[in-house]
Design a binder for this molecule. Structure first.
Ligand code: NIG
Ligand code: FE
Length: 422
């Protein structure tokens, strides 16, 4: 039996439960001091305060003979591994050449409307081979792991034709098999209208609903379907049609909603029982109400607000209204080329004004819930995956307060110490 004992933990901070935390519950976490965690076969077998158990891996005292590894946390903080519930992990190229336009204040949607933005990444992605996309995304995952991400959602959406979209989804599948980070796959065929359909919206939407979505579902390549519901991209009614076609094929719904303009995405999310609505920078009160009613999680992306120089989503209002708030990076080559969840933690406190406890829940258990994984991860509890971070930090406040350093000292994924920094 593969076992790992982590002892001498100064503070263990974790939400608890197997579903999203809403309202006041979002800020209620369990704190253990002078704690230990025992992992067996990739799962949490036990945890407690005080003296670590003498038995580890079936042998008194553990040690080499039993195959039990022991890590002395040296009084550090331990939290669950971070769940990055919204990324555009797979893409060709980067977009540093847009910097000049951005500095001149050209709006994000104007860059897209002129054939740049997402569409320029579509060109780079279409011309990349499967192995090139794989290698590039793997490098990103390695970096994410070093910052403490142990599960991440990954979207397609830079192909916008069936062949490239399927290639992107195959890359996600392969990486899920090969890389320590667990991936949750989302089909975002409706990320933009591709140039070859620019005069035929109906043709593209029919293609998605009647051909691409059934094919993706048949091949088992995605669990979620997502749409960029935004002014000049897809309307709320088009979004509804695409997501319902997804639901008929067994794909659960996510929506890019209210990122730049509020055109009904968050209201729709609650109505159709979307698992999450994402961005929500300009989410109106009716959207919050609908999400609370429909049990839709809000997946907020503060690093994108920061990067676009936009305002920040009304996180406090959402928590007060009983919406579960998760936070993720939105890693992508345009609006947020950042894969560091620790920066998201900083912004959650400093910009959303959430407490460190609420932020911790947002980046762990609620992130897991936003991508349908709260049963198996997002908290440190017996029976869940042994995914956690030993931080170079004495307590939870410290990781919200320090900025710009990688504070993950040791990342443990499925009971294996996978990444040691410093
Ligand atoms: O979530 N908003 C739509 N999609 C991405 C940006 C994609 C891009 O600019 O390449 C986002 O921000
Ligand atoms: Fe996004």
């Amino acid at each position: 039996m593969a076992a790992l004992l982590v002892k001498n933990i100064g503070m263990l901070a974790t939400p608890e439960g197997r579903s999203a935390k809403r309202g006041k519950e979002q800020g209620r976490i369990r704190i253990l001091r002078n704690a230990w965690i025992l992992c067996e076969d990739g799962l949490i077998a036990g945890l407690g305060e005080g003296e670590a158990p003498a038995l580890c891996g079936g042998t008194p005292g553990g040690g080499d003979a039993s195959g039990c590894e022991v890590i002395d946390a040296g009084g550090r903080l331990v939290t669950p591994g971070l769940v990055d519930a919204h990324t555009h992990l797979i893409f060709g190229g980067w977009r540093q050449y847009e910097m000049e336009q951005k500095l001149k204040g050209v709006p994000y949607l104007d860059i897209l409307a002129s054939g740049g933005g997402i569409l320029s990444t579509v060109r780079a992605t279409r011309s990349a081979t499967e192995d090139e996309l794989y290698d590039k995304a793997k490098q990103a995952l390695d970096e994410m792991l070093s910052f403490g991400t142990t599960t991440c959602e990954a979207k397609s959406g830079y192909g916008l034709d069936e062949e490239t979209e399927l290639r992107m989804l195959r890359v996600i599948k392969r990486l899920n098999e090969d890389h320590p980070i667990d991936l949750v796959s989302t089909f975002l065929g409706a990320h933009a209208l591709p140039p070859e359909y620019k005069d035929d919206r109906e043709g593209f939407i029919s293609l998605l609903c009647d051909k691409a979505i059934p094919e993706v579902a048949n091949q088992g390549l995605a669990e979620y379907c997502d749409v960029f519901c935004e002014k000049g991209v897809f309307t709320a009614e088009e979004t509804r049609r695409i997501l319902l076609a997804g639901q008929r094929c067994g794909l659960k719904s996510k929506i890019h909603a209210d990122e730049i303009e509020a055109i009904g995405g968050s209201q729709l999310a609650g109505e159709i029982g979307a698992v999450s609505a994402e961005h929500l920078i300009v989410c109106p009160d009716e959207g919050i109400e609908s999400m609370a009613k429909g049990g839709t999680a809000a997946c907020l992306l503060p690093a994108t607000s920061f990067y676009l120089g936009a305002s920040f989503a009304p996180a406090r209002k959402m928590i007060d209204a009983g919406v579960a708030v998760a936070m993720a990076t939105d890693f992508n080559p345009g609006s947020c080329p950042c894969l560091n969840m620790q920066f998201v933690i900083n912004l959650g406190c400093l910009r959303y004004k959430l407490t460190p406890e609420e932020v911790l829940t947002a980046v762990t258990l609620n992130g897991a819930a936003a991508c349908g994984r709260a049963e198996s991860r997002g908290s440190i509890e017996p029976g869940k995956l042994a995914d956690f971070i030993i931080w170079d930090a004495p307590d939870l406040n410290y990781i919200c307060y320090r900025l710009g350093s990688n504070l993950a000292w040791q990342v443990v994924k499925s009971g294996i110490a996978v990444k040691k920094n410093g």
